[in-house]
Design a protein around this ligand. Structure first.
Ligand code: SF4
Ligand code: SF4
Length: 192
């Protein structure tokens, strides 16, 4: 009885191997997933993730509605930074109104030392400094990790009022320093 069962078992195994049953079953599972919803993101050349508003990415310096820089060069951000990666050199602007019209002559951040803790943003009394949602910061050149005032004053691709938490279409572009992912905010879909 026991020998018969062993014989049946081995015949079944041999038939499975000869007829590629396991392989066909595996391929059937794979083929079935071809028609289900895609669960992976085609990052970075076709899609990218836009983080929520509370995300802490690359810093931005901002202007008021009249276009004046909000930063008054008070240096509180630099003083509050635990890794001392912000350099601020204040100056009075050309209006001659003294300290009331101070601006930053130089505002620079060393991203190699930044840990994106957000303490500098919390310390800023004029809401000039915010951490944005740009997170693709790698580059081939060391100099790219130092961002100046003019670079940070330029609007980022993701505006503050954009809620985030979505995948959008993206385009991968290459420049002399590496790759840049450009999101298209008009095309969005929920991740979950
Ligand atoms: S996020 Fe933190 S580490 Fe980075 S510059 Fe601001 S205070 Fe410094
Ligand atoms: S960014 Fe804010 S905290 Fe930093 S120097 Fe300018 S006003 Fe002061």
């Amino acid at each position: 009885m026991s020998n018969n069962r062993k014989l049946n078992f081995s015949i079944t195994n041999i038939l499975k191997k000869v007829l590629f049953i396991d392989l066909i079953q595996g391929l059937a599972v794979t083929f079935g997933y071809t028609f289900t919803k895609t669960m992976t993101m085609r990052y970075p050349d076709e899609e990218t993730w836009i983080p929520y508003q509370r995300f802490r990415g690359l810093h931005t310096l901002n202007r008021n509605k009249a276009g004046r820089e909000l930063c008054v060069g008070c240096e509180l951000c630099a003083k509050s930074c635990p890794t001392q990666c912000i350099t601020v050199v204040p100056m009075e602007d050309k209006t001659g109104k003294g300290i009331a019209d101070r601006v930053a002559a130089r505002w620079e951040i060393n991203l190699l030392r930044c840990m994106f803790c957000g303490l500098c943003e919390d310390a800023c009394p004029t809401e000039a400094l915010k951490l944005g949602r740009q997170y693709e910061l790698a580059g081939k050149k060391m100099q790219r990790q130092f961002r100046s005032k003019d670079e940070l004053l330029a609007p980022q691709a993701i505006p503050f009022d954009f809620e985030g938490g979505v995948i959008v279409k993206a385009r991968l572009e290459r420049d002399e320093d590496g790759a840049v992912v450009k999101p298209d905010l008009s095309s969005q879909k929920r991740w979950w």
